[in-house]
Ligand binder design. Structure first.
Ligand code: THG
Length: 290
């Protein structure tokens, strides 16, 4: 199954039978004071720089999250999206839990963006799905039901089912629904990743839809986050995830390696091409004795 997103002139395809799709996570002020301060001052240089770096590192889409405590992203999201759409040609993933912010930003997005997100609560579905339909976008559905986030993979599957039923009844094509099985940190619950992996398998088997992850969430609060994130990406992709909101600078080559190891990269051409374009930064040489 293919979910096709579009910018002014470029396409991004999330494909259950193709290589993995990278959605750049860096435009997100959570835990990044410099970015939060720049956004609050209306200075978009920092966002511009993060967009360029992620595109250079092979991002297929850019996640755009400007949510900050004490601010309203209705004010920020349209401005940031306007700048990104005028200066870059890459499909966007509009990341806000606030349907008003999504509605304010959508008129400024060329092509076909991915709305991130709805969940399985009636109130959210009623607010977000009409936007998906009106603007002919695709949408990420978080597997959260009326009773909140469950630790039971079957309950997460039921939330996915509800989102898919409601959207398709409105005439939204199933290809345009991407399910998010929810990634929580194993720093707080050692079962968290296993629950996500099981949910991925259930959703893949039941619906065959594209599956997204906020992959870096898995390692919050632990040391050597990169190691955990890379191991998790391999497991989740093997289970059936087809795209992730992730850091393309850190994990671009890992993701190409996983594609190659899963026979989704003929002759390793994409791995080698990526490697040549982004050689790893040379390790700092050991100090020499005087
Ligand atoms: N599902 C969907 N959307 C999402 C999430 C999800 N959007 C937000 C989030 N989760 C995914 N994005 C991020 C972005 C950054 C980090 C984690 C998830 C992250 N940031 C570092 C930190 O906070 O410590 C800072 C990184 C830096 O300094 O650059 O880990 O689950 N649909």
């Amino acid at each position: 199954m293919k979910t096709i997103l579009q910018s002014k002139s470029k396409k991004a395809v999330i494909d259950t039978d193709g290589p993995f799709t990278m959605i750049g996570e860096k435009i997100n002020p959570t835990g990044r004071k410099k970015l939060a301060a720049a956004l609050q001052e209306g200075n978009l240089d920092y966002v511009r720089d993060l967009a360029k770096k992620q595109i250079d590192a092979g991002a297929d889409l850019l996640d755009v999250n400007v949510g900050m405590a004490g601010t309203d992203d209705v004010d920020y999201l349209p401005n940031v999206v306007k700048m990104l759409a005028s200066e870059f040609d890459i499909p966007l993933c509009l990341d806000s839990p606030n349907p008003k912010a999504l509605a304010a930003a959508l008129p400024f997005v060329p092509g076909k963006p991915l709305i991130n997100s709805t969940n399985g609560e009636d109130r959210t579905l009623d607010a977000v799905l009409p936007l998906v339909k009106e603007y002919k976008t695709a949408v990420i559905g978080l597997t959260i039901g009326e009773e909140g986030i469950s630790n039971d993979p079957e309950a997460r599957l039921a939330a996915a089912d509800k989102i898919i039923q409601r959207a398709t009844q409105m005439g939204i094509p199933i290809e345009d629904i991407v399910i998010d099985p929810l990634v929580m940190t194993v720093g707080a619950d050692h079962n968290a990743s296993a629950i996500t992996l099981r949910t991925i398998e259930l959703v893949r088997k039941e619906f065959g839809v594209n599956i997204n992850l906020g992959a870096s969430n898995v390692s919050f609060g632990l040391p050597e986050r990169d190691v955990i994130n890379q191991a998790f990406l391999a497991l989740a992709i093997s289970a059936g995830a087809t795209c992730a909101i992730t850091d393309p600078m850190k994990y671009g080559l890992t993701i190409k390696a996983i594609d190659l190891l899963r026979a989704r990269d003929d002759y390793g051409m994409k791995y080698l091409k990526y490697y040549r374009a982004h050689p790893p930064v040379a390790a700092t040489p050991a100090p020499t004795k005087p």
